[in-house]
Design a protein around this ligand. Structure first.
Ligand SMILES: Nc1ncnc2c1ncn2[C@@H]1O[C@H](COP(=O)(O)OP(=O)(O)OP(=O)(O)O)[C@@H](O)[C@H]1O
Ligand SMILES: [Mg+2]
Length: 212
């Protein structure tokens, strides 16, 4: 029984990780390829080349991340950076030169996070960005991280189309976000309104257990 549960859980993890590396990676590649097309049709070859170069970089990166998730390894983006810097890097590379303007705000000092939190927060941030790029047609995307003694709060907001929050029609993305937040004993709050954009807030309490 418990062995079966472990198998199901591991399968779930792989599905989430593959979704969060391949699906998100492809979205970034497409965005940059579209930007290259636009630049080419305006005769801006140097600009187009920059986008092509970024697309290739994103493709290479997500291929290596997908390999790592199959082997249950820590995301490569987290080998050098904490999740906040890794997330900033990915968001900048994905949105550079596109119509979506990304801003970042860090309030307080980043505490030492458990490794699994770093992975989860990185993937949650990437999924919020991916959904914004796919559905929101937004002008602005803002990532804000607030840290204090009590815990951390990650806020991901876009000012795009918004959507109706229904209980059970989520794809893998929002479901994965929920599962990741649950795994960290945190809280996930999604608010969205047609025409007013979407806001995703993850709150994680810092207690003795999570500091280990
Ligand atoms: N930022 C957003 N702006 C507008 N609509 C959104 C946004 N985020 C999510 N949605 C809507 O919520 C739905 C569910 O999102 P979710 O990420 O769970 O699935 P998906 O993106 O459709 O598929 P998947 O993530 O599995 O590739 C989306 O199909 C979209 O309609
Ligand atoms: Mg999604």
């Amino acid at each position: 029984q418990s062995q079966q549960a472990a198998v199901v859980e591991e399968r779930n993890r792989m599905a989430r990780d593959i979704h969060d590396t391949l699906a998100q990676g492809f979205t970034g590649v497409i965005i940059q390829l579209e930007a290259a097309e636009d630049a080419t049709s305006c005769g801006q070859q140097a600009e187009a080349d920059k986008h092509l170069h970024r697309a290739a970089g994103l493709a290479r990166q997500s291929l290596s991340e997908a390999r790592r998730s199959v082997h249950a390894l820590r995301p490569d983006a987290l080998e050098r950076d904490n999740f906040w810097d890794a997330l900033k890097g990915i968001i900048k590379n994905t949105t550079a030169g596109t119509a979506l303007h990304a801003t970042f705000e860090l309030r307080g000092k980043l505490p030492e996070f458990p490794r699994i939190w770093q992975e989860n927060l990185l993937h949650i941030g990437q999924e919020a960005l991916t959904n914004t790029l796919k559905y929101a047609d937004a002008r602005n995307f803002r990532a804000r991280l607030t840290c204090n003694g009590k815990g951390v709060r990650l806020e991901l907001r876009d000012d795009g189309a918004g959507f109706e929050l229904k209980d059970r029609n989520d794809g893998l993305g929002l479901t994965g976000m929920r599962e990741r937040v649950e795994q960290m004993s945190g809280q996930l709050e999604i608010t969205s309104e047609r025409g007013k954009g979407t806001n995703i807030v993850v709150t994680l309490p810092l207690n003795q257990e999570s500091k280990s």
